[in-house]
Design a protein around this ligand. Structure first.
Ligand SMILES: Nc1ncnc2c1ncn2[C@@H]1O[C@H](COP(=O)(O)OP(=O)(O)OP(=O)(O)O)[C@@H](O)[C@H]1O
Ligand SMILES: [Mg+2]
Length: 299
C-alpha cells in the first residue's frame, strides 16, 4: 500500500499548480511504483555516492519515502557514508543465507538502504523461480517508497547501463575537470545508444566559481545537441565544500552534519527540482525498476 498521506500531499500540490482534476485522477490511478533515479558519472570519485545519499535524505526531508540502492559492486560505500558498515548484501539473500529484511538498513526515518553487492549481477544468472521470489520482495519494498535512488559505480560497463536504462531518470555527476566532463559525455553517448529517450540530468559537483555549473552544463549540452540530440537538463551545481569532506570523515551525510553548509543547501535545491519533475512525470507511466532491470539482464 502506498502511503496515503504523501500521495494526498502530492495531489494537493498538483491541484495548487492548477492541474485539471481529471488529469490528477488519472495520475493517482497510475501511481504505483517508486520513481527510480540512477546517479552515475563516467569518472570515479566525482561525488556520485555523496549526491545519491544526500539527495535521498533531502527528498526524505520533503516528506518522501526513499529506497537507496547501493549498486556499486566493487566499492560499495553508501553505507559507510551513512555511518553503517554493512556486511551482507543482496548476494547473501540470493544464496539463501539471509532474508531481505536482514540486509536492508534504515539509515534515517523514511530512508532504507539496500546493499546490492554482487547480488545485482547474480540476479541475471539465476533460475526464474529464485529471481521471481526476490523480485516480489524487492517490488513490495519499492511499492512502499516514493523514490528509489540508485548509487551506481563509475564507468560504462553493461551492468551500469542496465541500471540506467531501468531508471526513470538518470543523473550524471561530473566535476568541472575536463577528464570528468569527457567521461560524463561518454556515459551519455552509451546511454543514448541503449535508451535515446531517457531523461538525463546533469549535476556539476565540486564547483569553485559561480558560473561553473552552467558553463559545464552548456558544454555537455552543446556536444549532445550536435552529436546525440539527447535530452539533457541541468539539475544543479554543488560547490566545493570543506564541510562535506569533514562529513565524509565523520561518516555522516553532509545534509545532517552541516545543514547550512553550501553543499547541503545545494542538495536541498536539487531534491526540490527533482521532486517537481516527478510530480509532472507521474502522468506518463507507472515505473517498474526491478522488472526492467531483470528483463534487460535477461533473467
Ligand atoms: N562538493 C564537494 N566538496 C568537497 N569535496 C568533495 C565534494 N564532493 C566530493 N568530494 C570529495 O570526493 C570524495 C569522493 O566522493 P564520492 O565517494 O561521493 O565519489 P564517487 O563518485 O561516489 O566515487 P566512486 O567512483 O569511488 O564511487 C569525497 O569523499 C570527498 O572527499
Ligand atoms: Mg561511489
Amino acid at each position: 500500500m502506498k502511503d496515503q498521506a504523501s500521495t494526498l500531499r502530492l495531489l494537493s500540490a498538483l491541484r495548487a499548480q492548477g492541474l485539471a482534476e481529471e488529469r490528477i485522477e488519472k495520475m493517482s490511478q497510475q501511481h504505483t511504483g517508486a520513481y527510480a533515479v540512477a546517479v552515475t558519472g563516467g569518472k570515479g570519485g566525482v561525488g556520485k555516492s555523496n549526491v545519491a545519499v544526500n539527495l535521498a535524505l533531502a527528498l526524505a526531508a520533503l516528506g518522501r519515502r526513499i529506497t537507496l540502492l547501493d549498486a556499486d559492486l566493487a566499492l560499495a560505500n553508501a553505507d559507510v557514508l551513512c555511518g553503517l558498515n554493512l556486511r551482507c548484501h543482496l548476494g547473501h539473500v540470493l544464496a539463501g543465507e539471509r532474508a531481505l529484511e536482514d540486509v536492508v538498513a534504515e539509515v534515517a526515518p523514511n530512508v532504507r538502504l539496500i546493499p546490492g553487492g554482487s547480488g545485482l549481477d547474480e540476479l541475471a544468472d539465476l533460475g526464474r523461480a529464485q529471481v521471481a521470489r526476490l523480485l516480489a520482495e524487492l517490488r513490495a519494498m519499492e511499492a512502499r517508497s516514493d523514490y528509489m535512488v540508485v548509487d551506481t559505480p563509475a564507468g560504462i560497463a553493461s551492468n551500469v547501463i542496465g541500471l540506467l536504462c531501468a531508471a526513470n531518470e538518470v543523473v550524471i555527476v561530473t566535476t568541472p575537470e575536463p577528464t570528468a566532463v569527457v567521461d560524463a559525455y561518454a556515459t551519455l553517448k552509451v546511454l543514448n545508444k541503449h535508451a535515446p529517450d531517457k531523461p538525463v540530468w546533469i549535476v556539476v559537483n565540486d564547483t569553485v566559481g559561480v558560473g561553473d555549473a552552467e558553463r559545464i552544463y552548456r558544454q555537455l549540452r552543446a556536444a549532445s545537441d550536435q552529436f546525440l540530440r539527447h535530452r539533457v537538463e541541468l539539475l544543479g551545481g554543488v560547490p566545493h565544500d570543506p564541510e562535506l569532506v569533514e562529513a565524509v570523515c565523520a561518516q555522516t551525510p553532509v545534509v545532517d552534519y552541516a545543514p547550512e553548509s553550501p553543499s547541503s543547501r545545494a542538495f536541498r535545491l536539487i531534491a526540490k527540482r527533482l521532486d517537481q519533475r516527478r510530480a509532472a512525470c507521474l502522468f506518463d507511466r507507472a515505473p517498474d525498476f526491478w522488472q526492467s532491470f531483470i528483463e534487460r539482464a535477461g533473467g
